[in-house]
Design a protein around this ligand. Structure first.
Ligand code: NAD
Length: 435
């Protein structure tokens, strides 16, 4: 079997390189010519730990190739994965134009049997619509099957997640399509990775339900952290006891500045719109979206309060811009909202992120000052805001930082510093939910 992956972004590239490493002949396809040309030379379009060696190895061993000739790659493949973007529209619903563009080229290029595997996250009902669309638009009727195979990788550990997924979910009506995917993912099957073979709609729903559940969990703990601050409790005492309850578990209970990233914000919004369309409102998810926005506002108020209620003319140093560490992705990073609001209130911003500076420049332009490291950010700042939990910020030289800053104030929105150490070094310090 030859495989083509349409869309060479975070999901498409990791999946393509991973499947090539399983031994398959994989072509990664994208309409972005510059991206493809650079990939052919082994240059990554984004930062993802462990991805570059994986891509280079499989390029060298001729199992992985790159092209922008979408039609040709479809003709030459047996299985076509669609991994294009599915961003949000203004009203929260999903913009499926990239998926339909890919489907149109598939319809026009089918020359023999194909299995089309939709990997992009799409609203419930989309996979069947794409099946009908390709059937109606193609010359060769019914010479293909379709499956929905959601992706659960986490940016920052995407390569690890590809090789060690918690489960593989496949939604299709055709047992033969499931068998083909089982064969493609055979190395995972052999190491006992659970496979969930289900209906198309169930598979589509699983992806949204999983992301929404995680968004609810994060938001819940952020609200508990806020309450802890107001009652004088330490959120980590609460978390420890909560996590020890086997029904709750300790994972994903980390207070922070609010969830962000390329998935949770858009997927929760899309899930809400889709569910309302089916007459089953998801009131808990709707409340979560509102609470997450409110939590980001609280972070701005925290910074303002720590500066004595006045932001105008103050220099706020931001450490970390990406929505999480080990990625350069700034899509829906909570830092964007926080910086925009601080700017509105008259603050001057200096910022540094180990990987996301280029992406940050596309968002903030000339509005903020970009620094080369954490100590340049600290210099002359009135407050230091730790916004992404990069490891290097955990080991800040606090004495050096204090000597560089105008005022010794730290708002640690990721709780990465040791509270006692920060205070012993003479800082006015606040985390999220810490006593
Ligand atoms: P991305 O924006 O990084 O990549 C999408 C790529 O598709 C881009 O390179 C774009 O140029 C290309 N593309 C668009 N239209 C095309 C076409 N017609 N033909 C060929 N290429 C085309 O997106 P991503 O973050 O990889 O996400 C892809 C999908 O996977 C989304 O539905 C997303 O929700 C889902 N997902 C993402 C993650 C994640 O962590 N990023 C995790 C799980 C699922």
């Amino acid at each position: 079997m030859k495989l083509a992956i349409i869309g060479t972004g975070y999901v498409g590239l990791v999946t393509g390189a991973g499947l090539a490493d399983f031994g398959w002949d994989v072509t990664c396809v994208d309409i972005d010519k510059k991206k493809i040309e650079e990939l052919k030379k082994g240059k990554m379009p984004f930062y993802e730990s462990g991805l570059e060696p994986l891509v280079k190895k499989n390029l060298m061993e001729n199992r992985l190739s790159f092209t922008y000739n979408v039609s040709e790659s479809i003709k030459n493949s047996d299985v076509i994965f669609i991994a294009v973007g599915t961003p949000s529209k203004e009203d929260g619903s999903t913009d499926l134009s990239q998926v339909y563009d890919a489907a149109k080229i598939i319809a026009n290029s089918i020359n023999s049997y194909k299995l089309v595997v939709l990997k992009s996250t799409v609203p419930i009902g989309t996979t069947r619509k794409i099946y009908r669309f390709i059937t109606e638009a193609s010359n060769i009727k019914n010479n293909f099957d379709i499956a929905f195979n959601p992706e659960f990788l986490r940016e920052g550990s995407a390569v690890h997640d590809f090789f060690h997924p918690d489960r593989v979910v496949v939604g299709t009506e055709k047992p033969s399509a499931f068998e083909m995917l089982k064969e493609i993912y055979r190395p995972l099957y052999l190491v006992q990775t659970p496979f969930v073979f289900t209906e198309i709609e169930a598979a589509e729903l699983i992806k949204y339900a999983a992301n929404s559940f995680l968004a609810i969990k994060i938001t819940f703990i952020n609200e508990i952290a806020n309450l802890c601050e107001n009652v004088g409790a330490d959120v980590y005492d609460v978390l420890k006891a909560l996590g020890l309850d086997g029904r709750i578990g300790p994972k994903f209970l980390h207070p922070g500045p609010g969830y962000g990233g390329s998935c949770f914000p858009k997927d929760t919004k899309s899930f809400v719109v889709t569910a309302r369309g089916y007459g089953s409102p998801l009131t808990l998810v709707e409340a979560t979206i509102r609470a997450n926005e409110e939590h980001k506002n609280r972070m701005v108020k925290k910074v303002e309060r720590m500066l004595g209620g006045k932001l105008k003319g103050k220099i706020v140093g931001i450490l970390g811009l990406a929505f999480k560490p080990e990625t350069d992705d700034m899509r829906e990073s909570p830092t964007i909202t926080i910086i925009e609001k601080l700017l509105e209130k008259g603050a001057d911003i200096k910022a540094y992120d180990p990987q996301a500076m280029e992406n940050a420049k596309k968002i903030f332009g000339e509005k903020i000052e970009y620094c080369n490291n954490e100590y340049e950010v600290a210099k002359d700042s009135n407050i230091l805001v730790i916004a992404t939990e990069w490891n290097q910020f955990r080991a800040l030289d606090l004495e050096k930082v204090k000597n560089l800053m105008k005022e010794p104030i730290i708002a640690d929105l990721r709780n990465v510093l040791d509270l006692k150490m920060a205070k012993d070094n003479g800082f006015i310090y606040e985390g999220v939910g810490r006593r």
